[in-house]
Design a protein around this ligand. Structure first.
Ligand SMILES: Cc1cc2nc3c(=O)[nH]c(=O)nc-3n(C[C@H](O)[C@H](O)[C@H](O)COP(=O)(O)OP(=O)(O)OC[C@H]3O[C@@H](n4cnc5c(N)ncnc54)[C@H](O)[C@@H]3O)c2cc1C
Length: 439
């Protein structure tokens, strides 16, 4: 399904929500400030509830949504939507408490206490709000790298409890909802749709795949001083549909590992017999991955990602990789040259010791064509290309870059710098595909 379908559905729901609010609360609009605060306070509550539902929808790992936008883009939208949803969530009680306190001519505190003790289920809304505040604070901390990813992840799980308490409050005291049976059931179905999909794709599908394919570690092979490849076997792998360039989320069922799930890209062609991921030691989890024992069972969620050649229309491609960003590019390179595309790969590393798949890339290029150029940034004695990927190198090493589709993957700073360079070179945005190792 195309983007336009999802945009239309999104706006249709906004339209329905606004229409019901307008027909019920809209008639209370008057020059009186207290009335206005109440009317817009109710609207803020509806907007916040819809945006919170969208949060779960975006991160439900729904294949039909993911295939259109990609999980990394959905994660980006999730962050932005979460921020705005939170503002409306805060605005909702502020406006209502203020509006009703003015009408009743009592203090804000008395009004709040009246709501809390005398209205059914308002205490649930307060609990929900506190839980959401904790989730938001943890997200701000993770974006400033002051919180470990795993801590943030577990704190994030309380959003499920928060949404449950808010939902209960909404269907019990939501004035606009209770004013119309149709609007009431519309919301119930909205919640059911989002959470049923969330449950199926986020929880049931990985467990189903686990039993269907029985993934396990068949080998652990060191590639460089920092990177190891994990070879994965299982049953019916020919029926596990994955494309070069995609990634999966792995939970290794072993003592030190089972409680964390991490995303890694497929680093070979999926030929139905085995899968392979290649992991660079960047933190506590990845540093220990070489300790995995052969036979370890694996829960795999996915595949995900739109960093594939499925929509690549040009016969010529320029692949740009930095460091461990080579993993999806490695499988794409092999697939593309085997399909007869004209492929140039520029691969940036700090030193020659960091190059992953040096021999594999050479063998593929020798057998099937394609050019591989290594660029080394921190080894003055290197006899080949030195420095970083810049305008001059792209113009010289891939002079027909304007007619090539471009795939980019690497560390975030390298990707941001390269995207800027590609823009300066006048390459249209639609010609560039990239995968950020960031969700
Ligand atoms: C789509 C995608 C594909 C990836 N493919 C590869 C690959 O093929 N090879 C490879 O070596 N690395 C890949 N990564 C990066 C890899 O997932 C992280 O390096 C790894 O999760 C870091 O975990 P850590 O505990 O060792 O490091 P930490 O120091 O805990 O984390 C380093 C950073 O990695 C990110 N991160 C940590 N844990 C997770 C998690 N569970 N889920 C998502 N992000 C997390 C956070 O941004 C964190 O700041 C990929 C990431 C993404 C999003």
């Amino acid at each position: 399904m195309k983007k336009i379908f999802w945009h239309t559905l999104l706006w249709l729901n906004w339209g329905i929500i606004f229409w019901f609010w307008w027909t019920n609360s809209g008639k209370l609009i008057s020059p009186n400030l207290a009335d206005m605060a109440i009317v817009f306070g109710r609207l803020a509550g509806l907007v916040a509830a819809y945006m919170i539902l969208l949060q779960f929808f975006f991160m439900g790992r729904l294949p039909f949504l993911e295939r259109v936008f990609g999980l990394d883009k959905l994660a980006k939208i999730h962050k932005k939507n979460g921020k705005w949803g939170f503002y409306f969530l805060i605005l909702h009680p502020i406006l209502l408490v203020w509006g009703y306190s003015r009408l009743a001519k009592i203090s804000l505190v008395d009004q709040f206490l009246d709501f809390f003790f005398n209205y059914p289920h308002v205490y649930l809304a307060v609990i929900g709000l506190i839980l959401f505040i904790i989730v938001v604070i943890s997200s701000i901390k993770i974006s400033r790298s002051r919180l470990r990813y795993e801590w943030w992840y577990f704190v994030h799980l309380i959003a499920y409890l928060a949404v449950f308490t808010s939902f209960w409050h909404q269907i019990r005291v939501g004035t606009d909802l209770l004013s119309s049976q149709i609007f009431y059931w519309y919301w119930i179905w909205l919640y059911l749709f989002v959470f049923a999909n969330h449950l199926i794709f986020r929880f049931v599908r990985p467990i189903y795949n686990f039993f269907r394919h029985q993934f396990y570690v068949i080998d652990v092979v060191r590639e460089t001083y920092q990177a190891v490849s994990i070879y994965i076997g299982g049953k019916n792998l020919d029926r596990f549909q994955i494309h070069p360039g995609q990634f999966m989320i792995f939970r290794f069922l072993a003592k030190k590992f089972w409680w964390q799930a991490h995303p890694f890209s497929l680093s070979i062609l999926p030929e139905g017999k085995q899968l392979r991921i290649t992991v660079k030691a960047l933190g506590d989890f990845t540093a220990q991955i070489s300790d995995l024992k052969i036979g370890t069972r694996i829960l795999i969620d996915g595949p995900y990602g739109v960093f594939t050649d499925l929509f690549c229309v040009s016969p010529k491609v320029l692949l740009l990789a930095g460091g461990i960003g080579i993993t999806p590019i490695r499988s794409l390179f092999e697939q593309m040259v085997k399909k007869g595309r004209d492929v140039s790969l520029l691969y940036l590393n700090k030193t020659q010791k960091d190059i992953v798949f040096k021999d594999e890339l050479e063998i593929i290029a020798q057998h099937y064509g394609g050019r591989v150029k290594h660029i080394i940034s921190e080894e003055p004695d290197f006899s080949g290309e030195k420095g970083r990927i810049d305008q001059e190198k792209i113009q010289r090493l891939a002079p027909d870059y304007l007619s090539r589709e471009i795939y980019l993957c690497g560390p975030i700073p390298m990707m941001d710098a390269t995207l800027k360079i590609l823009q300066e070179l006048g390459i249209p945005r639609r010609q560039i595909r990239y995968e950020k190792f960031e969700l």
